[in-house]
Design a protein around this ligand. Structure first.
Ligand code: ATP
Ligand code: MG
Length: 303
């Protein structure tokens, strides 16, 4: 089976009564992919503290390869706080660059993980510093050089995406991606067209294999040069939306790597995205494949 890798921030989020919650978009992505049975590993860094151990333990339990997560003494694991506003928008406060997460590098363990990888997934939020950009671009180069593939979720978090080379890096990643997974307005950051159809056509003409537009509770729409496939979302009670896009993307990419048809990959991805929002904490709604399949079969029931 093909092996999937991502590189980037590994964080913890506070919880009001429970928590801390393991977090970081690429960590959520790799955790969900592994839970579905997809061989998957993460390049990143945590501190030599309980938060770091919590993340590594969670990813390991989900079945992910944690061999390329560096543990740094003297640096704390990164943190993220999410505030939900009345208008449904979110505000994030991150401590990434000055935390252990900022020390991400392509060390010997990362090089070894990449040597066995067939696909790399990049989150835009992981391009938070020149150093993190270098890791992402070198992972793409390594995997592409041996005929591998790339997926890209812009996952725009303006609060951390301040690196001077960030804009150029986003464009570079997109230019090398087969799969593009934007949500909301993110599509229009990469196209001169102002309408969805025009933007999709323009981006497919530039060489992407497919574009998957994430549409929150409404589900998702897949586009490739043969046409579009829409898939509606599952009806669930949304408790916490953060992480849905990462779980959705992990499921879609895992099934795409396994050769699934777009409709099948979308179905599993919508189910994983829906399950993700039913739990507080971005990784608490990650379930194994059997539970996701049972959820699909029984409709509204959550595991
Ligand atoms: P994130 O907050 O992780 O960045 P995103 O903005 O990238 O999320 P969304 O479109 O919000 O992506 O969600 C991704 C997918 O999760 C959707 O396409 C859908 O399948 C599922 N999803 C999200 N919210 C809901 C919901 N309220 N009910 C059912 N499914 C949902
Ligand atoms: Mg997202």
């Amino acid at each position: 089976m093909k092996k999937l890798v991502s590189a980037g921030e590994i964080l913890v989020e506070p919880g009001p009564l429970l928590g801390p919650y393991p977090s970081g978009a690429p960590a959520i992505f790799i955790g969900q992919a592994a839970a579905l049975g997809q061989p998957a590993g993460l390049i990143g860094a945590v501190g030599d503290d309980d938060f770091g151990r919590l993340n590594i333990e969670r990813l390991r339990t989900l079945g992910a390869d944690v061999s390329a997560i560096a543990v740094h003494k003297g640096h704390a694991t990164g943190t993220a706080f999410v505030t939900y506003r009345a208008d449904a928008s979110r505000h994030f406060v991150f401590n990434i660059r000055n935390s252990a997460a900022g020390l991400i590098e392509t060390n010997a363990a990362a090089t070894k993980l990449l040597a066995g990888a067939d696909h790399v997934h990049v989150m835009g939020s992981s391009l938070f510093s020149d150093r993190a950009i270098a890791v992402a671009l070198s992972a793409i180069e390594t995997v592409k050089a041996k005929g591998g593939t790339v997926s890209f979720d812009p996952n725009i978090r303006r609060e951390i995406m301040q690196a001077s080379g960030m804009r150029e890096a986003l464009d570079q990643v997109l230019a090398q991606a087969e799969i593009f997974l934007p949500s909301g307005e993110e599509l229009f950051l990469f196209s001169s067209a102002r309408d969805e159809k025009g933007a999709v056509e323009e981006l497919l003409a530039r060489g992407l294999s497919c574009i998957v537009l994430k549409k929150g509770a409404a589900g998702a729409v897949y586009h490739d040069r043969h046409g579009a496939v829409a898939s509606s979302g599952f009806a669930v009670d949304e408790v916490d939306p953060t992480g849905a896009g990462d779980c959705f993307g992990a499921a879609f990419v895992s099934f795409w790597l396994g050769g699934a048809a777009p409709a099948e990959a979308l179905l599993i991805a919508n189910a994983c995205g829906a399950l993700a929002v039913t739990r507080k904490g971005p990784m608490e709604g990650i379930f194994p494949l059997e539970a996701v399949e049972a959820f699909i079969a029984t409709g509204k029931n959550t595991p």
